[in-house]
Design a protein around this ligand. Structure first.
Ligand code: SUG
Length: 428
């Protein structure tokens, strides 16, 4: 049974607006000049690597930005263009939110429970409400539309609306699955945060996690993320931990009650294997700055591969520790692949943030709308499209420029046309 990897194609409006409190990279780079074309090409390179590793690969589309409807909903009157113009004058921060390309981080698109785990034997998706950050709260309607289109076959799939906005839900970034293989029934671990008066917010509410598990009908364990990790900049659990099959790859400071979590998982997952970085070898700050645990951990023919950002290679403590992990036959990690994802990384989004994992039977994979799947030939076409239409750079002062809005919308139109998806199918 394969695991489909759905990456978010980076949108033409990709910019650095410093919108996410608690996301250190995004905050540090606020106002820097971005390179949307380069960002999208870096993401496409990642998809190409996964294809070369034999992992089924697909994409979710960037959402239409700037999002005039979001601003109309906040009382800016007139046409979309008028609403954008008014917001640029009156509330530039809201305009920046309307311009954000944040849907690229598809680990936050939804939580997915594979068919083997669920009550009715279908793959369940719950779209994340992302209510903690204003710029991300506008994503769910377009994510819902795309997932309903891509996973329309009711024999295999069930796509749910987000949980009630009273409870913040950030999707698969706070969800791990342990199973003997992608096809075997698994234990789903939902990691929530608790606000304990720190500067940075917890973004995953335990009730949201419980609601998702209930809706999917899955066996679940609920565990608290370490507040220490949140306050050090791990705004999602996937910044400090990732799981694949029976392996947990994590920093020792990931969970509030480390020993309790490990005992509970070990008791329920036969063959559980832990690859853990002690703080003495990899300081938490290095783990978060390098995004080593935001690696995409994938199954390959001879074990597992880690897809890492360049920052992991450039952080001496991390790279030295990874060499020891690779040399140790007691774990299945056999390959390290290093990618330049600098444009996304500067907004706090690493390899694991950029992808949504969906373990599927061959039959269910065949039922996915092929317009959302990629192969090398389609990646070639997408590269050409990005090179032709995506802005080369966006500086902070450009966000209010109507010419840029027009270029972003035209790029989005060209993408839909190239994929054969009509605007009406996505509710535009
Ligand atoms: O929600 N950054 C995203 C990064 C999401 C990373 N995803 C995972 N860890 N799975 C966020 O904080 C910054 C946008 C800006 O500031 O312009 C941003 O939204």
């Amino acid at each position: 049974m394969p695991e489909l990897n759905l990456d978010g194609l980076v949108g033409p409006s990709h910019n650095y607006a410093g919108l996410s409190l608690g996301n250190i990279a995004a905050t540090v780079n606020a106002g820097a000049e971005s390179a949307p074309r380069k960002a999208a090409l870096q993401g496409l390179q990642k998809m190409r690597l996964l294809v070369s590793l034999g992992v089924p690969q697909g994409l979710l589309l960037p959402h239409r930005r700037p999002n005039g409807r979001f601003l109309q909903g906040l009382g800016f009157a007139g046409t979309e263009a008028q609403a954008l113009a008014a917001a640029s004058q009156e509330d530039p921060a809201l305009m920046a939110a309307a311009m954000s390309a944040s849907s690229m981080w598809t680990a936050n698109a939804a939580t997915v429970s594979p068919a083997a785990d669920t009550r009715d034997g279908r793959t369940h998706f719950t779209v994340a409400n992302l209510v903690t950050m204003a710029h991300r709260s506008q994503e769910w309607p377009e994510t819902l539309a795309q997932l309903k289109l891509a996973f329309a076959d009711p024999r295999h799939f069930s796509v749910h609306w987000p949980v009630a906005p009273a409870f913040g839900d950030e999707g698969a970034a706070n969800h791990m699955r342990f199973a003997a293989g992608h096809e075997a029934p698994g234990l789903e671990v939902f990691v929530y945060g608790e606000n304990r008066g720190g500067l940075y917010p917890a973004r995953q509410h335990p009730r949201a996690s419980q609601a998702v598990a209930r809706t999917h009908g899955t066996e679940a364990l609920f565990v608290a993320q370490a507040d220490r990790a949140i306050q050090a900049g791990a705004f999602h659990n996937d910044v400090v931990a990732v799981a694949n099959e029976t392996l947990l790859f994590a920093h020792e400071d990931a969970f509030e009650d480390r020993n309790g979590v490990l005992d509970a998982v070990r008791a329920r997952v036969p063959g559980f294997t832990l690859v853990e970085a002690p703080g003495a070898d990899v300081p938490l700050a290095d783990a978060i700055a390098s995004y080593v645990f935001n690696a995409a951990l994938v199954s390959v023919a001879d074990g597992m591969a880690l897809i890492l950002p360049k920052e992991a290679e450039e952080t001496p403590s991390v790279w030295a520790w990874l060499q020891r992990v690779l040399a140790d036959d007691a774990n299945p990690i056999r390959h390290l692949h290093v990618l330049d994802l600098r444009e996304s990384m500067r907004n706090g989004g690493g390899p694991a943030c950029l992808r949504l994992r969906i373990a599927l039977s061959d039959e269910a994979l065949a039922a996915v709308d092929p317009r959302f799947l990629v192969d090398n030939a389609k990646l070639d076409r997408l590269e050409q499209l990005v090179a032709a239409h995506w802005p080369e750079r966006i500086a902070a002062g450009d966000v209010g420029n109507p010419d840029l809005w027009g270029q972003c919308h035209a790029a989005h139109d060209a993408l839909l046309a190239a994929l054969g998806i009509s605007p009406a199918e996505l509710g535009y």
